[in-house]
Ligand binder design. Structure first.
Ligand code: SF4
Length: 365
């Protein structure tokens, strides 16, 4: 057996590799080995979750951000970015629409916007929790204080997404201005876990200055953290960023990394991200066929979707749009998967809302 095949099979057996082994695999895998990883990832996904695809309604709360991550289209310093904030009523109206469509998880995502104080968020989350007690509330609002995370958790939020973006110090400094620290970012992830959130992290594949060493470190960080969710997608440049002339990340490499993550963490919830669907028209389906099992269609009001441009040409219509759920269902069916729209009332080995599954299973709930 060839060395890379041996490493992929070892990962499937032991769910861990050394950093140097990940690096070797990432650097030198062949097309055949990519397909082997995707196939093993598919088998593990089916064993753990069956052929179910879980949907989350994405509500893009604010395009204001106090930070200046170099790659991001809505960073503070981009004077061309269009700014907006949703009101509490608008958010509740998105939830209402989403609930009617069958969504049982709402993801509130936004830049680090000081307008959204704990007080405002606690009130908003409390109202969502009260109106939709059967729904999960996921936050993706950047770094906040421990006290803030705690308040939002007690207001009813269950999950928090905070991508680490790169687990290599030097690379982190090339993607972020001074004052942003990888160690701080990692500490936030552990704090969120400690508080009780189900945690998601992730990174871009092919971001400027990324090497196989940084990707290997990403895998080690994810293994150590054992997050419930992992989101990865190809880097796509934004025209108003210093990386505007850089090439997009490779779709095949993204699929390989995705497959390795599924093999390493069989229970993780892994989205086929919008960036994957933007980089390749068939990206979302390819992602599912490489081990992803979550799709997050956009539930934001139509008039703001264009303003939340993290990278160029970000998709927000067609099957990326919550209101076109039927398109998503059809496309998943063509590849043999079924979109799970609501909890249903039958008993199954796992909860219909799979995002609850790993934690609940661990806690014996
Ligand atoms: S990546 Fe997030 S934190 Fe960084 S500038 Fe963009 S929205 Fe702000």
């Amino acid at each position: 057996m060839k060395r890379n095949e041996m490493l992929i099979r070892k990962l499937a057996r032991e769910h861990v590799l050394k950093e140097s082994e990940f690096r070797e695999l990432i650097e030198s895998h062949t097309e055949e080995e990519l397909q082997l990883a995707r196939s093993l990832a598919g088998d593990l996904l089916e064993e753990t979750y069956g052929k179910r695809i879980y949907i989350r309604g994405l509500i893009e709360l604010t395009s204001y951000c106090r930070r200046d991550c170099f790659y991001c289209g809505i960073r503070n310093g981009n004077r061309n970015a269009q700014r907006y904030r949703l009101t509490e009523e608008e958010v509740l109206s998105c939830c209402r629409t989403g609930y009617e469509l069958g969504f049982r998880t709402f993801v509130l995502q936004g830049g680090e916007d000081p307008y959204f104080t704990d007080e405002r968020l606690v009130k908003m989350i409390g109202r969502i929790r009260q109106s939709y007690p059967d729904c999960a509330i996921t936050l993706s609002l950047g770094e906040r204080s421990r006290d803030s995370y705690r308040k939002l958790y007690h207001a009813g939020a269950n999950r928090y997404l905070l991508r680490h973006e790169t687990a290599e110090e030097e690379h982190f400094r090339k993607l972020h201005p001074e004052g942003n620290e990888l160690a701080a970012r990692t500490a936030h992830l552990y704090t969120l876990k400690e508080i009780g959130y189900q945690v998601g992290t992730g990174f871009m594949v092919g971001s400027p200055h990324q090497t196989s060493r940084s990707l290997a470190k990403d895998m080690v960080l994810i293994h150590d953290l054992q997050p419930e969710m992992v989101g990865i997608g190809p880097f796509i440049p934004h025209k108003d960023s210093i990386f505007s002339d850089c090439s997009s990340g490779s779709v095949p490499l993204t699929l390989f990394m995705l497959a390795l993550i599924r093999i390493m963490l069989p229970e993780a919830l892994i989205p086929a991200t919008t960036s994957l669907g933007t980089a390749d028209a068939a990206g979302r389906e390819l992602g599912i066929l490489s081990g992803a099992n979550v799709v997050m269609p956009n539930l934001s009001p139509m008039n703001v979707r264009k303003k939340y441009m993290l990278y160029d040409n970000k998709a927000y219509t067609g099957s990326e749009a919550a209101e076109s759920l039927h398109l998503l269902k059809e496309s998943m069916e063509t590849i043999g998967f079924q979109v799970v729209v609501d909890r249903g009332d039958h008993l199954s080995r796992i909860s219909e809302d799979a995002a609850d599954t790993p934690l609940r299973k661990k806690e014996g709930r």
